[in-house]
Design a protein around this ligand. Structure first.
Ligand code: SF4
Ligand code: SF4
Length: 220
């Protein structure tokens, strides 16, 4: 079977029904809010419970640039957008493909005959990587070890590096993201019991313009 080719049609980013809009993981809500603030786009979210949210979109997504037919936050779009046309049922972790996607529709016979199973990763290489990240997130937040999300903005690269180094030396940092959309915006996911005062002292300095610490709610 040939590899998946995205036709860059509008179906990923134009929504007529709320149930089609992108599902977000807990930490993606604040992350996207920050990107939205920067790009001056208004976003609406709805909680779906169990640590999942929906980005409520009617028509084109606020991040979609109609003229260039591209997502303005492409490298940082939600995982559910990155993995499309792969879909996952979060309770059973069953994977399927969306027939809304014209490539899937054209290849539906081969996709439906059951032989794709092991080749899924090969056919949907990048999308599969995003899917794996979703599954990893679900497993990560399902265990009982507490997790803290640390968001901060600093225009001083050396200060940001110092903070990341200090946090990484003291705690287990599962994820570090430096935004390519918002200058100086960072997100860290820290695992284990964390001394918030220590982190606050680290982050309360003139070179850090904004920060937020949020306890990650476990998926139940
Ligand atoms: S975030 Fe980007 S990829 Fe996702 S729906 Fe919006 S414009 Fe499309
Ligand atoms: S619907 Fe399919 S072909 Fe169209 S932009 Fe999305 S992934 Fe690409």
């Amino acid at each position: 079977m040939s590899k998946f080719t995205c036709y860059r049609c509008i179906h990923c980013c134009f929504f007529t029904e709320e149930r089609e809009s992108p599902v977000l993981l807990w930490h993606e809500v604040l992350y996207l809010s920050k990107l939205g603030e920067h790009l001056k786009v208004k976003l609406n979210f709805r909680s779906l419970g169990h640590g999942f949210y929906r980005l409520i979109v009617s028509g084109f997504c606020s991040f979609y640039d109609v003229a260039s037919r591209a997502c303005r936050i492409h490298r940082e779009k939600p995982l559910s957008c990155s993995m499309f046309p792969l879909l996952i049922e979060l309770n059973s972790l069953e994977v399927s493909t969306s027939l809304i996607c014209p490539w899937v529709y054209e290849n539906r016979r081969e996709l439906l005959d059951g032989s794709i199973g092991e080749k899924l990763e090969e056919v949907f290489h990048n999308e599969f990587k995003a899917l794996r990240e979703v599954v990893e997130w679900v497993y990560t937040v399902s265990n009982e070890t507490p997790k803290l999300a640390v968001y901060f903005t600093s225009y001083f690269k050396n200060v940001a590096s110092e903070v990341i180094k200090a946090v990484s030396e003291k705690y287990r940092v599962i994820k570090i993201t430096e935004s390519s959309v918002v200058d100086g915006f960072y997100y860290l996911l820290v695992e284990g019991e964390v001394d918030r005062d220590y982190l606050e002292n680290l982050l309360k300095r003139d070179e850090i313009t904004w920060y937020k610490l949020e306890k990650v709610p476990p998926i139940t």
